[in-house]
Design a protein around this ligand. Structure first.
Ligand code: G3I
Length: 395
């Protein structure tokens, strides 16, 4: 009988393992996110102009294959659609909505009332003085009626008020609050409902995983509900890093927010790989020649792996929470991300600058596959109005 040396056996086993892992990762490469997460949540991306005009064909192919919902990164913000008093410009916004429809996506509007990307004139009269409460309310109503009204029945859900909270959970002292008062929120939701009674209305914010801000978000939603606002979901933005939020904190926050009896949506997901490593890594970054931009030419394999592990951990928590109905990444490929600040090369998404899926993509697909068909039961009262095909009910 032929005998084999230990080395031969080890080599054969290693090549079999390598072949198996390659097959696994090829299988993951072929997977489409929207299929992988079917029955759990819609999967989407924030789109920029080069994508929704179709000029970036490589990214359009990724979007078409993987995403069934979309958010405009900038095209529907106040400064984009209403740059001057009395001047609306829907050129880009129309292209965005047309693109979403052409690709059969659940279309989100982002956003109506925010302290950022809102021109100065909005808050001032023709002499440059602060508007009165009534005048600003009238301006808000006109803006919302015009924008929401234009896309009535086409944009299915709106981030109505964006980022109204401070880190301590108190209401941010934005110009909206300063001039109108705390009820600017209730008014914004009432105006949005008037403009499209069938659209879902969301409250969207970042770092509401942290206890004080989370408590503020819960108070805010309860207050809206007490005023008769039918709020459909809380948008948890999901701008994460390698350490924050811990999986325990994330799990606890989602559990807490779900008690509001509204849906949850992860609306702007990315993982900043340049922030939050272990103490050792942070020290290494500090010692490195360019600590602001440590990886200008590509992410080293061990960091790719860290990002992949982090994404897997985050998705395992998302999968546990039946109230989550949508996960939207804030960009398609790493090159699109807002986290590439001037002079900084970041790698926060599932697709690389070469348009290829990264190890983080495979990790997310694996998390879903391992989760399998485990039955997740939505808490009573969380009936969804639509599913990915626009049909009522979802699970
Ligand atoms: O439109 C001008 C253009 O005319 C000018 O030539 C160019 C030169 O810098 O700037 C353009 O504006 C940029 C705008 O995006 C549109 O591209 C701004 O400089 C830039 O600051 C702005 O950044 C956006 C940021 O919001 C501003 O707040 C990011 O693209 C966008 O990803 C980011 O998205 C936000 C969400 O809406 C809310 N949650 C946080 C998230 C990340 O900050």
């Amino acid at each position: 009988m032929k005998t084999y040396s230990l080395t031969q056996v080890t080599l054969t086993l290693s090549s079999l393992f390598l072949a198996w892992s390659l097959m696994e990762s090829r299988a993951a490469d072929d997977a489409a996110l929207k299929q992988v997460f079917k029955g759990h949540f819609l999967v989407g991306a924030a789109l920029n102009q080069s994508q929704f005009t179709g000029s970036n064909a490589a990214e359009v192919a990724i979007i078409d294959k993987h995403f069934d919902t979309t958010t405009p990164e900038n095209a529907l913000k106040w400064e984009a659609v209403n740059p001057k008093l009395g001047k609306f410009d829907f050129g880009r916004a129309d292209q965005y909505v047309d693109f979403g429809e052409k690709h059969g996506m659940f279309i989100i509007g982002h956003n109506l009332v925010w302290h950022n990307q809102t021109p100065k004139w909005v808050f001032e009269d023709d002499k440059g003085e602060a508007l009165t409460r009534d005048a600003l309310l009238a301006r808000m109503r006109e803006h919302i009626a015009t924008v929401v009204g234009r896309y009535k029945g086409r944009i299915k859900g709106w981030d109505v008020v964006n980022e109204a909270l401070n880190e301590d959970g108190a209401l941010r002292q934005s110009k909206w609050r300063k001039i109108i008062g705390d009820d600017y929120l209730v008014k914004a939701y009432q105006f949005a409902h008037e403009a499209d009674p069938d659209a879902e209305l969301y409250y969207n914010d970042f770092s509401i995983e942290n206890a004080p801000k989370r408590a503020g978000a819960i108070r805010l939603v309860k207050d809206l509900q007490a005023h008769g606002v039918k709020i459909a979901a809380v948008g948890v933005q999901g701008h994460y890093d390698l350490l924050w939020p811990s999986t325990n904190l994330l799990d606890e926050a989602l559990t807490d927010l779900s008690k509001l009896g509204v849906k949850l949506m992860i609306t702007e997901l990315d993982v900043n790989v340049l922030r939050g490593g272990t103490r050792g890594e942070v020290a290494d970054l500090r010692r490195s020649r360019s600590r602001r931009n440590p990886y200008p030419d590509g992410l080293p394999a061990e960091m790719q792996q860290k990002l992949a592990d982090r994404y897997a951990d985050i998705f395992k928590i998302f999968l546990k929470h039946a109230e989550i109905q949508r996960i939207t990444f804030w960009g398609v490929t790493d090159g699109d991300s807002w986290l590439n600040w001037p002079g900084v090369t970041n790698y926060p998404l599932l697709f690389g600058r070469d348009f290829q899926p990264k190890p983080a993509f495979d990790a997310v697909v694996k998390a879903a596959t391992e989760f399998g068909n485990e039955v997740v039961t939505a808490p009573v009262g969380l009936g969804a109005k639509w599913d990915r095909h626009g049909q009522p009910g979802r699970r």
